[in-house]
Structures are given as C-alpha cells and as structure tokens.
Design a protein around this ligand. Sequence first.
Ligand code: ISJ
Ligand code: MG
Length: 461
Amino acid sequence: MIEIKEDQIASLLKEAIEQLRTEDDRRLVSFTKKIATANPLQFFEAAKHIRENRAFWTSSSQMLWLTGVGTAFEMGADESRFEVIEAAWNKILNEAYIHNPYEVPGTGIVAIGGMSFDPENTQTELWKKFRPSQFRIPEFLLTKYDSSYYLTINVCVRKNDHAKQLAEELRLIEQKLLTERALPDHGLYIQDENEMDSDKWMDIVRRATEEIRKQNVEKIVLARELRLTFNRRADISPVLNNLLKTQPNSYIFAYEIGDDCFVGATPERLVKVEKNKLLSTCLAGTAPRGETKEEDMKISEALLNDEKNRQEHDFVVQMIKRGIKDYCTQVAIPDEPIVRPFKNLQHLYTPVTAQLKDGYTILDIVKQLHPTPALGGSPKEESLAFIREHELLDRGWYGAPIGWMDSSNNGEFAVAIRSALIQKNQASLFAGCGVVKDSDPQSEYEETKIKLLPMLTVLGG
Ligand SMILES: C=C(O[C@@H]1C=C(C(=O)O)C=C[C@H]1O)C(=O)O
Ligand SMILES: [Mg+2]
C-alpha cells in the first residue's frame, strides 16, 4: 500500500487556490488514495450525521461498490438535460486538479446521479426534490473495486480558502467516516398501505391493449404505485443491508436528497462502459419462480417459449440494436434470449456487447437508449404519449437511468426499477409491466405484484 502523507493534500489544495483569480472562481481538487479496508455500508451509515446527500451503488456482479458522501460539486438540468450535464461535466474535468495514480474505474472524480423517467410529464410534489437530471460529485467517495479499497476526497476550492486548515478539517471527517459502527436496527413495520384501485389500473391496461390492436402502437409499459406508511422514520442503511442479503445479481442503489431517498435493487443494466468496451442488456418478459426445482424449470421453459413474452422482449432487443448502431462497432447480440432467474421472478434476458467508438461517451448512449421499450414502449413517442395521458402517476426517477461516470469515460447506468422513494416514515414503491396485444389485465396486475416484492419485503411487508 502506498502511504500518502496528509500534507500532500494540503499542498495540492494550496496550488489550486493560488491559481484562482477572483472571489467567484472555483476549482475542483480531487485526491485519491488507497486504503486498507472499509465497509461500504458502514461508511454510508457513518455519514448520516456528518453530511447530507449520501449515495450508494453496487454493480450486479458486486465487482464495484461506491459510497458517496456530501457534495463537492452538483450538476443539474431541467431542459436539454443531456447536453447541459455533458457541458458541465466537461468543464469541471478540464479545470480540475486531479491526483489519482490508480487507473481504477470509479475512483477519482466520479459523478453519481440519475434522471426522471419523462421530463415532459407533469412533476408532482412527491418528486419535487428530484430534478429531471441531477448528478453529484461526492465530497468523500469510498470505492471498492475487486478486493481493493480507495478513498477519494473532492473539494471545490475558492480564492479565500486556507489550504492547511481545509486539509485538517477533511482529515477529521475522514477519520469519523472510517470509524466502524453498528448498523441501526430496522424496527420497521407497515401501518398503512395505499394503492390505486386495482380495477381502475386494469382498465388502463385494457385501454392500452385496445390501442395496440388498433395498431397505433405496439407495446406500452404501464406502472403503478404502492404508498406505505411506517411506524417510524425509515433508516436507509438497514434497507440496503437487507437488499444486499436478499437480492443477488442486482444493482443495489440509494440516492439521497435531503430527507428523501430513492432506493432499489434492479436487475436491469442499461449500459456499462469500461475502457471503451460496452455492455447493455435487454430484459423484458417475466414469470414467477417455482416452489420446487422442477416447477421452476417448467416455468422457465414455458417463459422461453411464450409468444407474448417473447414479443415484449423482442421490442427491446430491436430498439437497443438500432440505438447503439451508429455509436459502436463489433455489436454482438445473440439471436435468442435466455431465462435469467432472480429472487422473486425470472426474466427473458439478452446480453449486448460492443465497442464504443472514439469520441462518444456513456451519456451519449444513455440518451439514445432511454427509455427502452422495457420501460416506455414501442414506438417510443406514441407509447410515451399514452403513458402521459393515462397512467395517472408521477414516475419521477422510477424506470429511468441511475448510475455513475468517471473522468476516464468509464461508467454504468442501471434502469431504476424494483425501487422505492423513501420519505421519512413513508415510501412509494413502483412496479410496471410491458403491455402487448395479448396482455391480460389480471395477469399483468399479478406481475406488478411480484415486482413490488423486493422492496416490500425489506420495508417490513
Ligand atoms: C417495469 C418493470 O420491469 C420491466 C418489465 C418487464 C416485463 O413486463 O416483463 C420485465 C423487466 C423490466 O424490463 C418493473 O419492474 O417495474
Ligand atoms: Mg411483462
């Protein structure tokens, strides 16, 4: 392990501060060091009383863990969200002072964030803290990659800052964050459940199938919300801990804004880029798990051969293929999906691999792909128009890309499903399903019920 002397950060800060001309000038200083070990969840918990705005991420393979604490720099956008974020990101990277001797994805300057499902839909009070697009470069970032641990400290300095004093303040916070502590007890139970009348929701599904039969649109994904009230304010770290224990092969994420926290365990990758290697995933088509191994196999076999589910799935494959074609070379997509089992259900799954062409970024791909027909429908505009008019729901960040990107053009975004917005002693859970011409409203309703389970069970349901 390379030992880094604490005054190294002070001298980097000093150098950056001295470059600033006016009192309005700011410069991001980023300092990464390798540390022996640290538990990402305990780091998250330790931050609770130190800084607002925590973020948590583990990739589905658990190769990469990120815990972000505080905000060194924030990028947000309401309109032209991709362009605005990209411009802010490039500016900050161009001007930053970076000390990061490791070429490890997810270390150094990392922006963690997400976006709303549909910026054109009306935003309600529920999601008022979550902008159409928002990213944060955390002040403290713990990265676990493979079996190594890195701590990055990011600070936005100003002309009048005092380097030594600042370095000392950061050192004290770092110490507190790295002090191990027990996670609080869950102690959560549900006092009240509220959902839209199921008949009313199934009526909307019926209308969607009618629209599809009229050939105005081919697939429409419809979602619903379950609102819970608890006996007490929900702590986030035990929820994450339970998700880590119960939802293998999933992206486990949390994005906190003040008292609100968007949490989930999604199986769906939108896109990953590592050293120009691109991975995407087509995930659509669903069946329950069986009680026994034999039953499970039978259900899986039936899912693989079910025409309705194959159709749901194929819209996603075709769209992702079209979406990345101009941005990539060596696109490889198997002709047939496989069935991928998860804790509560199984999905049709087709992996996509490609090489990202030079000059493009992960944000370009996110912009091309979101929303895929796994969450919107097909064609995109027609299905979104139906959702806006009929769904009666503010999806907020549900169903939208959530993830991270670093200064070396690595990054990963998942589709934020199997998720909940937790607000003090309340939570809104979301689940949807792909409606195609042969959809049966009752079965679709049952499908959303299973999709609510991952979050419901860790929230005391
Ligand atoms: C919309 C959701 O999931 C999506 C819809 C699926 C389906 O209808 O078969 C399967 C996986 C996801 O693409 C959700 O979980 O809320
Ligand atoms: Mg489905």
